[in-house]
Design a protein around this ligand. Structure first.
Ligand code: NAP
Length: 290
């Protein structure tokens, strides 16, 4: 069986092109879309994730603010920064890189984020809207998986999908959209996690396996049905480079289609993020005129 490689760049490129065009128009009208990122970590992997966001913004003309705090700084400093950026009329979007250090509460961040600037859907109002099927923002990684499946014409409606990972930022919103999204939804979704007793029993039944466990090797070819579609969201930094959750070689022997890591979901996630930033900036532009 020949296995299709689900590369992200061909999916991301047209999105980035549309975003760049929209940014040009907004700038001509006097609005410079602006994303602020907040990083409270000195982990090189987190630093790289933030750099990639800034590089993508630069490419499409979005201005950025780069706020960095020592991981040992008091939580109050982070909360104050989030409040300040939420109140800043020039900032359209605020992205707080997670995970946060021990002792810093995500709830504390959620409460201080302005929901209309919360492009990655941390604020509970936005989480609630997503779950209720009326999302203000679809988190970038979730949107990326949906866009990728759609772009490669992978049938999702009616498919058995297993999502490995149930975090609030990736696994849970992704499972929700695969269930509910009007265009890339209507799947029968099973969510697995570290307490799932027999992961392979679930993945072997799946038409589509999406992994977001941050655990290299958690899925291999022996755990897949023949012809399954595999989407690997994870990006774990190792000395040999960035790796996903899926043992690629053995999985590619069983799968009909599989994402590479890197180069699969990642580029589409960055495109989906800047798309969300432009959406908020368009609203500010309207407010200014209105
Ligand atoms: P996380 O908060 O650590 O959550 C990991 C999830 O996987 C948890 O639900 C955990 O279960 C589950 N899990 C861990 N080991 C497992 C195992 N052996 N079997 C089954 N389930 C297991 O991570 P996250 O923030 O969701 O991120 C996941 C990955 O996505 C990371 O590698 C991150 O770097 C990557 N990421 C990629 C992109 C992209 O655009 N491609 C963007 C952001 C993040 P429990 O809930 O039981 O602990």
């Amino acid at each position: 069986m020949s296995t299709e490689l689900l590369r992200g760049e061909p999916v991301a490129e047209p999105i980035l092109g549309r975003v760049a065009e929209r940014v040009r128009t907004l700038r001509e009208e006097g609005t410079t879309p602006t994303l602020a990122t907040v990083l409270m970590s000195d982990d090189p992997a987190d630093e790289r994730f933030v750099e990639l966001k800034h590089e993508t913004c630069d490419d499409v003309g979005i201005a950025t603010r780069d706020v960095r705090l020592e991981p040992g700084a008091p939580a109050e400093r982070l909360y104050r920064e989030v409040e300040r950026l939420s109140d800043d009329p020039v900032v359209d979007a605020v992205f707080v890189q997670v995970p946060l250090p021990d002792g810093v509460s995500l709830t504390g961040v959620r409460r201080r984020l302005e929901p209309t600037k919360d492009v990655d859907c941390l604020h509970l109002e936005n989480v609630g809207r997503l779950v209720a099927g009326e999302p203000r923002f679809v988190p970038a990684t979730t949107a990326a998986v949906c866009r990728l499946l759609s772009a490669y014409d992978v049938p999702v409606a009616g498919a058995d999908v297993v999502v490995v990972g149930r975090s609030g930022v990736i696994g849970t919103p992704l499972a929700n959209r695969l269930l509910w999204d009007r265009s890339v939804g209507n799947a029968t979704v099973t969510v697995c996690h570290s307490r799932t007793t027999d992961l392979a029993a679930h993945t072997r039944r799946a038409d589509i396996v999406v992994t977001a466990a941050g655990t290299p090797g958690v899925v291999d070819g022996s755990m897949l049905s023949s012809g399954a579609v595999v989407v690997d969201v994870s990006a774990t930094r190792k000395p040999e480079g960035v790796v996903g959750d899926v043992a690629f070689e053995s999985a590619a022997e069983r799968a009909s289609a599989i994402t590479p890591v890197p180069g699969g979901v990642g580029p589409v996630t960055l495109a989906a993020l800047v798309e969300n930033v432009v959406r908020t900036a368009t609203r500010r532009d309207g407010d200014r005129e209105g």
